[in-house]
Each structure stands twice: as C-alpha cells, then as structure tokens.
Design a protein around this ligand. Structure first.
Ligand code: ATP
Ligand code: MG
Ligand code: MG
Length: 363
C-alpha cells in the first residue's frame, strides 16, 4: 500500500520508519529542498497549494495523511475529493485557528483558559483590563514551538507586542500558572475504536518542548481520555490526535490539539507496545490498532540547536539516539533521545546524565 504524506519533516520520517515493517511505501509532498523524510520515500517537491503537484500526489498513492498541520483547507479538500485523507480536512482545520479551536472545546464542555480575540491595540488594552496580567498574546494561526507569542507582564509591554504581532489576527489568553503540563495521545480507527497512551508529562522551555515522560496511573488519565474522545468523536477523527493540557488546581485546562503524531509521543517508539507512528499508520491504512501500554519506563529528551554529542550520548546506558538528518540551527529540533529502563527509579537515574549532557549543547 502507498501512503501519501503532506509534509516531509521528522514526523514524516518517523512515520516511514514505522511503516517499513508493514510493507508500506511513502510519497511525500513538501516544498523544502532538504526535507528530512525525503530519503525514505518519493518526494514531490512543491508547495502545498500547487494543484499540479497535488494531482500527481493523489494519483501516486492509495491513501493520504499529513504531518504538517498548516496545510490549507483548500488543499486538504482537493486531496480528500480524490483519495481518502485521514484525518479529514475538517479535523485538520479544527485546530488551525486558536480562537475557533477554543470555541470547539467550549462547545464540548472542555475547560479552556479565559481568552479574547484581539484585532486592535485598543482592543488589546481592553482585554488586558478584563483578563489581567500576566497574559499571553498569540497569533491565531501558524504558530509552533512558541513562535508568534508574547508573554505580557506589564502594561508597558503592550505596544511593543502589538507592533511585533499585530499584523495578524491575535488571541489574548490568561497566563496559567500551571502545576504541570501534560498531553493525551489518542488514536482512533476508521470503525471508531479508540486507544489512549498514558498521559505524558511535558516540560517546555522558551516555548519549545524539552522533555516528555509518560506517566504511571496519572490521576488525570480518565479526564484526559474523556476530553480527547469528545474531540475525536465530534470530528469523526481517524489517526493519532494529540491534546495538550495545563494542569491547574488539579484539573485539566485545554491548551491546544495537534491533528497528527506529536513530539510528546516520540518515547512510544521504544516505550510502548505499538508506537504512535505505527498506530497512526494502522488507523490510516484501515488496520486494527496496536497496544498503547508501556513497555517499562521511558523518557524523551529533545536535541535542539547545535550538533549534539552523539557518541557521548550513545555511550550512556539505556539511551536510544534519533537524528533527523537536519542541519543544526538555534532553536531547531534536530533529533531526540529516548531513555528506557525497567523501573521509574532506574529511569530517573539514567535520565540525569543525559539531561546534563543535552543541556550543555542545547540552543
Ligand atoms: P507547539 O509547538 O506545542 O505547537 P505552540 O507554538 O502552538 O506550541 P502553545 O502550545 O500555545 O504554542 O504554547 C507553547 C508553550 O508556552 C506551552 O506549552 C506553555 O508552556 C506556554 N504557554 C502557552 N500558553 C500559555 C498560557 N496561557 N499560560 C501559561 N503558559 C502558556
Ligand atoms: Mg501548537
Ligand atoms: Mg503547544
């Protein structure tokens, strides 16, 4: 079976790596010359809105999915009118606008941070009076890794933030002094069956995910699954859905969804019965879902910025190194390591030297 993937970054690369044992072949569409998934399949190098390229993509594959979440509604619709596309264009676009995404959560009874749509400096001033400070100003569309955001801590910062971001539609969110951040990775098959990975505890710095550790019997597991199920069923979702939450006052507050495999699920390659990448492909290809249970304890640490000390990392016990074949650049995710152990205590002991080493090179 030939799977078409819109986007050819590291998520596409890891999807292909998971698909090889299932004898799946891959065609990627991506405008980048150095698309890191390209060596693992065929690469149609073109923009996501190029109709000729999209047509070539559709005739080359049996079924399609995406690893880039900002494919336009028009392009997704173009593909879906020709071949099966999972998740659907409606599911893809549900999370593309932060305001509409929050409205969807609210309709489904899922709590969200207090927020307001912003389209003028005066509107921003007024919203700050209502929501208070600190607050987070974000572009409604296209942000990732904390890009297109400004944390506002005093009135004096409003004008500069507006100057920087105000050319686009914005949203202001109350700053949540969260106890921790977690994500729920869910997978839904074409027949509606769902499976959930254990909630993942995530640590971000400068808006970028640094470490992700699957939890054991988290008290919020059921709540996370419930919210992910509500969204997935509403969208008739097929594939892996990632749902990011803040934990505040011991309850979940929805941050955002990603309609694709997710950085906070990379540990599942070594750490779960069936990885998020294989499970996404199973759902897209119409196969039964695989198990989401843990195989021991694991943790993922992102490699960001400078070329990492690969040999030093590989020499550490329990470490699995994943490099994406991307050119190192400040703030860029160029790989990750997963640390595995039989038990949680052992995991923490093995993780400490990995974090020390990675922090030294992180940029
Ligand atoms: P991703 O790379 O996950 O798609 P993104 O650019 O879409 O990220 P968010 O998930 O909105 O951005 O924010 C990135 C991080 O910034 C969050 O994980 C959290 O640590 C912090 N953050 C965002 N919004 C808030 C908020 N309202 N209150 C407190 N912290 C926040
Ligand atoms: Mg996001
Ligand atoms: Mg996020």
């Amino acid at each position: 079976m030939k799977i078409g993937i819109l986007g050819a970054g590291q998520l596409g690369r890891m999807l292909a790596l998971a698909g090889y044992p299932l004898n799946l072949d891959f065609v990627f569409l991506d405008p980048a010359t150095e698309a890191c998934a390209a060596p693992l399949g065929s690469h149609i190098q073109a923009g996501f809105d190029d109709e000729r390229a999209l047509t070539e993509f559709c005739v080359s594959v049996d079924v399609a999915s995406f690893e880039f979440e900002n494919v336009s509604a028009e392009s997704a619709g173009f593909v879906a009118s020709r071949i099966p596309l999972h998740p659907s264009p409606a599911a893809l676009t549900a999370g593309q606008d932060r305001l509409h995404e929050k409205q969807l959560f609210q309709r489904l009874g899922i709590p969200v941070p207090a927020h307001a749509a912003i389209s003028s400096l005066e509107g921003l001033r007024q919203a700050v009076r209502q929501l208070g400070l600190p607050a987070v100003l974000k572009t409604r569309r296209m942000g990732y890794d904390g890009k297109g955001q400004a944390v506002l801590r005093s009135e004096s910062e409003l004008e500069a933030a507006w100057e920087r971001l105000g050319s686009q539609p914005l949203i202001l969110e109350q700053f949540i002094p969260f106890e921790r951040e977690v994500s729920c990775l869910a997978v839904r098959a074409q027949d509606g069956q769902m499976r959930f990975y254990p909630l993942v505890a995530n640590v971000h710095r400068d808006g970028i995910l640094r470490t992700a550790i699957p939890t054991l019997a988290d008290p919020l597991q059921r709540e996370g699954e419930d919210y992910a199920r509500r969204v997935a069923e509403q969208l008739d979702y097929v594939g892996v859905l990632a749902f990011e939450f803040f934990v505040a006052g011991g309850r979940l507050l929805a941050n955002e969804i990603a309609p694709r495999v997710h950085n906070s699920g990379h540990w599942s390659i070594e750490g779960a019965e069936c990885s998020q990448f294989e499970n996404h492909l199973r759902a897209v290809a119409g196969l039964p879902l695989g198990g989401t249970r843990l195989r021991g304890a694991s943790a993922m640490v992102n490699l960001i910025g400078d070329a990492p000390p690969v040999a030093e990392l590989a020499a550490l016990p329990g470490v699995h190194v994943h490099l994406y074949g991307k050119t190192p650049k400040p703030q860029r995710k160029i790989g990750h390591v997963t640390v595995t152990a039989d038990h949680h205590d052992e995991l923490l002991a093995l993780l400490a030297p990995v974090q020390t080493l990675v922090e030294r090179y992180a940029g």
